[in-house]
Write a protein that binds this ligand. Structure first.
Ligand SMILES: [Zn+2]
Length: 307
């Protein structure tokens, strides 16, 4: 069954990114999340990008081609039967075109690799959203709307984990950072933050689905609260009625029922005849107020105590 997260990625992979600045930012984040460098002695640097999602692999391929038609790319699929998973690999063959690409993406500076952040790509607001979209496509996950709110980006380097954490903090997201085995996980747990993030990266539909599910959860919780209050009230009424019936039975057993004042005797008989009705209903049957009925019942119980 396809997960909600993969549905979101499929939809995001179809969005158009027209600006070159944003394409660069998105591709940089995608590769930072899912690519590794391959060195080939004779030809220099190559890249290998892995994704569990075919649409994401296609998007990487498309972005690479838009960036530079001279890049030599190929796609492969690896089956991992024991995990019932497939991995889609985008290979960029080592060659002359790779170094200029890496320089444009900010991975190379003056011929040396930079593990650092991509802040230079993130000066514009549009690019920050594109970068986060790339990070989500390359290593993101989000809980289905019915579950508790949780979205995370799993980076494979501490530098990338910190960069995403910093970026999201600057954008005022209540973001957390933790490491899990060899990975660095940046996460959002608040419903509003998860929805804002999804809307920011272009997954408006997913954000709406979460909002609808959240409203439904709220209504359900409210109904449950009301039902609980009602149930508790009902239980109290049933307990009180049982107590009154026991008191009346005790008075009857002691032969004290006929000696009761007229109003109390009438009430006791009514209660015996209708052990299941509420005090309000009992009051109505006796044509007195609820508080009057409450008072009478209390007197009956007090008298039974003395027996
Ligand atoms: Zn841009």
């Amino acid at each position: 069954m396809p997960s909600f997260a993969s549905d979101v990625k499929n939809a995001l992979s179809r969005t158009d990114t027209e600006r070159v600045c944003c394409q660069t930012a998105e591709l940089a984040a995608l590769l930072r999340m899912g690519a590794s460098m391959v060195t080939d002695g004779a030809h220099g640097l190559g890249l290998r990008f892995a994704a569990d999602n075919a649409a994401v692999a296609r998007r990487v391929l498309r972005l690479l081609r838009t960036m530079d038609e001279a890049l030599e790319t190929s796609v492969a699929m690896e089956r991992r039967p024991q995990l019932r998973r497939r991995t889609y690999i985008v290979n960029i063959a080592a060659g002359a075109a790779v170094a200029p690409l890496l320089t444009r993406l900010g991975f190379l500076e003056g011929g040396t690799l930079r593990a650092g952040t991509d802040m230079a790509l993130l000066r514009r607001k549009c690019c920050r959203a594109a970068y986060l979209r790339g990070a989500f496509l390359g290593g993101g996950s989000v809980n289905r709307p019915e579950a508790s709110c949780h979205l995370e980006l799993t980076a494979r380097s501490a530098a990338m984990g910190r960069a995403l954490h910093t970026l999201l903090r600057r954008l005022q997201f209540p973001v957390g950072l933790t490491d899990r085995r060899d990975t660095y996980v940046v996460y959002l747990k608040e419903g509003d933050a998860v929805m804002d993030f999804l809307a920011l990266i272009g997954a408006e539909e997913a954000a709406e689905e979460i909002e609808v599910a959240r409203n439904l959860k709220e209504v359900r919780a409210q109904v449950n609260r009301l039902v609980n209050v009602e149930t508790a009230n009902l239980q109290r009424a049933v307990d009180a009625a049982a107590q009154q019936c026991a008191a009346i039975a005790r008075l009857a057993a002691a032969g004290r029922l006929s000696a009761l004042p007229e109003d109390l005797r009438e009430t006791a008989e009514m209660r015996r005849a209708h052990p299941e009705i509420s005090m309000a209903e009992l009051a109505a049957l006796c044509h007195i107020s609820k508080s009057g009925m409450s008072h009478r019942l209390r007197r009956i119980c007090a008298m039974a105590e003395e027996v």
